[in-house]
Design a protein around this ligand. Structure first.
Ligand SMILES: N[C@@H](CCC(=O)N[C@@H](CS)C(=O)NCC(=O)O)C(=O)O
Length: 214
């Protein structure tokens, strides 16, 4: 059996897949891809991912892109602890969390807050306070929903971790490399407890990019 992950280790979405592979204990190769290389992503990567993004996963000749689809495949195709609840509502809730993180969380937490306050924009002196303000407001709404779901049920609140936790963790880990990000998570007790538990997992420490808070 051969499983190969393509993508850069700093990437939020590559880390989500690495977390899923680690939690399922799937042996795999990880090949770095520089999508920002002069001239654009390498042609062999565009053959795997026509939109030139990362990650992609190839399993015995079957190639996937889109992180949510990759992680669901990893959960279903390999042995190891299940990463989704059994019941319809729990599965729907996990899919909802993953969808809202992609639609509303990633841009706000990672680009509008982390990159602006601690990443490239901060280092280049191009931080735009209006972008940060709007990103923090949007992030607060995302975190309110995560807090409510964690208080209510199995997803983000139960004993088992799910793909929803693995999707949230890399975004929160960059967000929490900023002071307002840390404060926003600390203000939500269920989410703060979930983050504390996630930080203990070997999969999380093993995949930590240097710039992320954890
Ligand atoms: N919808 C994609 C998003 C992947 C994504 O945005 N990856 C980022 C890295 S974290 C990327 O490739 N960015 C490069 C670019 O936007 O050109 C997925 O779920 O896999």
């Amino acid at each position: 059996m051969s499983v190969t992950l393509h993508g850069a280790a700093y990437s939020v979405y590559v880390r989500i897949v690495r977390l899923a592979l680690a939690e399922k204990r799937v042996a795999h190769d990880h090949e770095e891809v520089d999508i920002f290389a002069p001239g654009g992503p390498p042609p062999e990567h565009l053959a795997r991912h026509p939109f030139g993004k990362i990650p992609t996963l190839t399993h015995d000749g079957f190639t996937l892109f889109e992180t949510a689809a990759i992680c669901r495949y990893i959960d279903e195709a390999f042995d190891g602890p299940p990463l989704l609840p059994r019941d319809a509502r729990g599965r729907a809730r996990a899919a909802q969390v993953i969808g809202l993180l992609d639609a509303y969380g990633y841009r706000a937490m990672v680009w509008d807050v982390y990159v602006q306050l601690a990443g490239d924009a901060a280092q280049e002196g191009t931080t735009d306070p209006a972008v940060v303000e709007a990103g923090l407001a949007r992030s607060e709404t995302v975190l309110d929903v995560l807090e409510r779901f964690g208080a209510e049920g199995d997803v983000l609140g139960g004993e088992r971790i799910t793909l929803a936790d693995l999707h949230a963790a890399p975004m929160l880990a960059y967000f929490m490399a900023t002071a307002p990000g840390r404060e926003a998570v600390a203000a939500r007790p269920h989410l703060a407890a979930r983050v504390a538990a996630m930080r203990q997992r070997p999969s999380v420490s093993h995949t930590r990019p240097a710039e992320a808070a954890w």
